[in-house]
Structures are given as structure tokens and as C-alpha cells.
Design a protein. Structure first.
Length: 350
């Protein structure tokens, strides 16, 4: 089973033009900001929206082919969908919700009850089949929704922000369970999310969509280490600096020069992790290769540290301890010196 899709959709100000390929057993995360076109792509794959152009095929079967006039309606597509909200039918029991897709396909009552019970057991809801959805917690409802999506052994599984409505603790538990079920799923999976943690934890490969276009693709590690847009860099917590490599220096497009350890040539990105940036109130002594004056423009608690945004010749983000933040007086408007070792700057071609 595999997904191959190349679709174009125009709705208002959105112009989506995207291609995705998902292999059998692979989980593809579609990551992007709000309004990027992620949910529109998902609706096309689900058959809820007909593309203006393009083709969608799963396991060699054509679901959409605009030039040929082919459009397979949603109810005829062998797929499962889990939405942000579980969207369980309130008038049906949990077991009946899980078995609903089998019921619409004409599966006999005894057979669908057995299948639903087996899946409720697999997702940790054994014994809860007779309850109503209102009696479930948020995490239990999402587990039931996942069981409903997988009970029919679909060729394609679509996950639309499946964890975003859960509280932080429940999200950790359900994410771990979801990862286990996805590892055993034989079909293709498309996960739509704006949360990089979900993408990195669940996906084999990531596609980043911005303004309706695919701007980057790769494994989670590749996307995290080598972002190609400011949006991706912010998700990864990196400062992304575009410039031109000239040996062991990068001359930035916005002005300023960055010293690097590896020789670079031509258009490149220089990426700096926030933990690699050191801050001082006076220019540090010695001869560090990268020293820039900067001004604090923002500060946000970030786990055990404070993430400090810096403006200046070279805009950066720095992580400092809470103690250092207080001792240095790093309030917005404070003037500081920022240093970065040349060996801590990652350089790669644009």
C-alpha cells in the first residue's frame, strides 16, 4: 500500500500546489503554520474536497484524476480518519462507534462486534464498549477514534491534529500509544500537525508546507538540523542566517559576517543553536572569532532556561539560565555582547 498525490487547490487567498509520496508502512508528517494548506491537503486525500487539478492514487488505485474526470467519493475510499476532536457519535455506544465503518460496509453484526471489541482491547479500552462517548476522558475518546479508524484495515490513515485537544500529560501517554500502533500499521499514514514534537516523535519523514507550497522535506532529524526557512528554524529553535560563503566566513545577506570552522562557498545558510550563544555585559576579552553587539528584544521561559531574542548586526536567539538572566539584567532593551564559537555554526548550501 502506498500513497502518491500531486494536487492543486485554489480557495480564496489559498493556492495549494503540493506533491506527497508515502510508502507502505511509512508515517509522513505534514508540518506548517496555520493557513498553510495542511488541512486542505488532508481534505483532498479524504475525498471531502475535489482538487482543481492533479491526481491521487493509493496502492495503484486512482482516487482522483482531474484531467480524466475521476473522483472517488469519501465513503468509497478505504481510509481511516482521526480528527482533532474525536467526533464520536454521542447517541451510539463506544463499541458501536468503533464498529460504525464496518456497519456501513455491510459487515454482519456479530463480526463487527468482535472486531470492535478486539480493537478496544488493543487501545486500552477493554470493558468500555457499552459506555457513551460523554463518559470517556479526552484521551479515551481519542483512543476510541483511533480504533474506529483502524478497525477496517484501511489503506490510508489520516490524522488531523489528533493530539492538540489533549492536556499535556494525556498527550504524552496517547502519543506513545499512537506511535506503537502506527509502527504496526501496514498502510500509509499522513499526520497533519503544527506541533514539531508530534512530527518528530511520530513521523518517519516530514514535509513542511508554507503558503500552499512544499518548502522542505526530509527525515525529522534532517529537517531539525538543517532548516531551510525561518518558520522551520524557529520550530527547531535555531537562528537561521542566509549569506554567501567565502572560505571560513559567511557574509550575511542582511549585513554582518560570521566566522565558520568549515570552508563554504556560494549561497549558504548558517545555523546557530541558542545554547551555543554566550552573553556578556561588556565585550569579552581574548579573541573569540564571533563577537557582536546586540540588544535584548524579548525573553521567554523555556524549560529550565530563558530564551532571549537578540536584535543587532547578527540577529540571534540565546538560552541562558534563570540565574544568569537575573544577574545580567536581561530585560528588553538591555545592551549585551553575544559570542559564538566558529565550530558551533552549522553551514550548508541554500
Amino acid at each position: 500500500m502506498s500513497l502518491s498525490a500531486q494536487v492543486a487547490v485554489r480557495r480564496g487567498s489559498l493556492a495549494l500546489d503540493a506533491s506527497v509520496e508515502v510508502a507502505e508502512g511509512e508515517v509522513l508528517a505534514v508540518l506548517g503554520p496555520n493557513g498553510a494548506g495542511k488541512s486542505t491537503l488532508l481534505r483532498v486525500l479524504a475525498g471531502l474536497l475535489t482538487p482543481d487539478d492533479g491526481c491521487v492514487a493509493v496502492d495503484g488505485t486512482v482516487w482522483d484524476d482531474v484531467p480524466a474526470g475521476t473522483h472517488l467519493p469519501a465513503h468509497r475510499r478505504p481510509l481511516g480518519v482521526v480528527f482533532q476532536d474525536a467526533l464520536l457519535f454521542p447517541h451510539l455506544s463506544v463499541g458501536e462507534n468503533v464498529a460504525f465503518g464496518l456497519r456501513t460496509r455491510g459487515v454482519r453484526k456479530a463480526e463487527r462486534r468482535t472486531a470492535a471489541a478486539a480493537w478496544l482491547d488493543r487501545v486500552g479500552l477493554d470493558g468500555l464498549g457499552d459506555r457513551r462517548p460523554a463518559q470517556l476522558s479526552g484521551g479515551q475518546a481519542q483512543r476510541a477514534a483511533l480504533a474506529r479508524a483502524l478497525v477496517g484495515d484501511p489503506a490510508l490513515l489520516l490524522l488531523d491534529e489528533p493530539l492538540s485537544a489533549l492536556d499535556a500529560r494525556t498527550r504524552l501517554v496517547v502519543r506513545a500509544e499512537l506511535r506503537r500502533h502506527l509502527a504496526a500499521f501496514r498502510g500509509s499514514t499522513v499526520l497533519v500537525t503544527h506541533d514539531p514534537v508530534d512530527a518528530m516523535a511520530l513521523a518517519d519523514r516530514v514535509v513542511v508546507v508554507e503558503d500552499g507550497c512544499v518548502v522542505q522535506t526530509g527525515t525529522p532529524d534532517e529537517v531539525n538540523r538543517r532548516p531551510r526557512t525561518d518558520y522551520v528554524a524557529r520550530l527547531a529553535g535555531l537562528s537561521l542566517l542566509a549569506g554567501t560563503g567565502e572560505g571560513n566566513t559567511v557574509r550575511l545577506d542582511a549585513g554582518g559576517v560570521v566566522a565558520v570552522a568549515e570552508e563554504a562557498d556560494g549561497p549558504v545558510f548558517a545555523a546557530v543553536r541558542p545554547e551555543s550563544v554566550a552573553l556578556y555585559l561588556t565585550r569579552p576579552e581574548g579573541s573569540p572569532r564571533n563577537v557582536w553587539p546586540a540588544r535584548v528584544v524579548g525573553a521567554t521561559p523555556h524549560g529550565a532556561t530563558v530564551r532571549v531574542e537578540l536584535a543587532g548586526e547578527v540577529p540571534l536567539v540565546a538560552d541562558v539560565t534563570v540565574t544568569a538572566f537575573a544577574e545580567l539584567g536581561l530585560m528588553p532593551g538591555a545592551e549585551v555582547w553575544a559570542t559564538v564559537k566558529a565550530s558551533e555554526v552549522a553551514v550548508y548550501a541554500r
